[in-house]
Design a protein around this ligand. Structure first.
Ligand SMILES: [Zn+2]
Length: 268
């Protein structure tokens, strides 16, 4: 069965991962800009990263029959210095014409600081100014609930941002209904044994319904699993959920959200 992974950091993964994903049914992925595991020493480091995401990585994915899309931003972990952040934000408009760019992301908060919040608001305004979709990262562990509330309020303060054009990832049991109640899409970002696992994701689907929920694998440079989405599909099947529900969560829902960008090519 075909699936879409709407949040995976393929620059951190090998060609073997692309091959295994294609064999498991992956037809399209979207890759948000994120922290590289170290702070870049200059804005030029971001220019090079955006070039990789918009020029080279789509070609790597295409070799396995996978459509590659991306999101551009300065991630919250490197957004503590607003002057530096503004220099990076200034680079983004020149890349928005690339055919695989769907929007601004993954923006959000890391430590919920005042500077991070200011940079978040500027990137929400950037998405508004250029009519871009938004993909959001919410902080982990004890900061998640507070950070999610701060992010939702920042989004609401920009009255021109339509809630259905925003996907909020890294939701968990205690934040998912906050996100859905505001009219956003919610994504469960899966990890093999920390944060949200495929089993927990299916629990959340059973508790909160599947109408506006997606699952994604994160697949970054840390301990993570690029096959988390097909593993969630297996877990749903094991619990007796039907094909149409599995397809809705892993294909139709991300397709509905992503299709709000004219750049996204629908695949059957
Ligand atoms: Zn991410």
């Amino acid at each position: 069965m075909s699936y879409i992974d709407p949040h995976i950091h393929m620059v951190s993964r090998t060609t073997d991962d692309y091959q295994r994903m294609a064999q498991a049914g992956c037809v399209a992925i979207t890759e948000p800009a994120f922290w590289a595991g170290f702070d870049r020493s200059s804005a030029q480091g971001f220019f090079d990263y955006f070039t990789q995401l918009t020029h080279f990585e789509p070609r790597r994915a295409a070799a396995y029959g996978i459509d590659h899309y991306c999101w551009l931003c300065i991630n919250p972990k490197e957004a503590e210095d607003p002057v530096f952040a503004r220099e990076v934000i200034g680079l983004i408009p020149a890349f928005l014409d690339r055919p695989n760019v769907l929007g601004i992301g993954e923006i959000g908060l890391n430590k919920n600081s005042r500077n991070e919040l200011a940079v978040l608001e500027e990137q929400i305004a950037l998405a508004d100014r250029f009519g871009q979709l938004i993909l959001v990262h919410t902080p982990h562990l004890e900061d998640k609930l507070k950070g999610t509330r701060l992010i939702l309020d920042a989004l609401r303060r920009n009255a021109r941002i339509r809630p259905e054009r925003v996907l909020i990832d890294h939701v968990e049991e205690h934040t998912v209904s906050l996100v859905l109640d505001r009219g956003h899409w919610a994504g469960m970002t899966l990890y093999p044994d920390s944060k949200c696992t495929p089993q927990r994701a299916v629990d959340i689907l059973e508790m909160f319904g599947q109408e506006h929920l997606c699952v994604n694998s994160a697949g970054d440079w840390g301990h993570s699993d690029p096959l988390s989405v097909p593993k969630t599909m297996l877990e749903m099947r094991r619990r007796g959920h039907g094909q149409s529900l599995i397809r809705q969560v892993t294909f139709d829902n991300p397709r509905r959200f992503l299709s709000q960008s004219a750049r996204f090519r629908k695949r059957g």
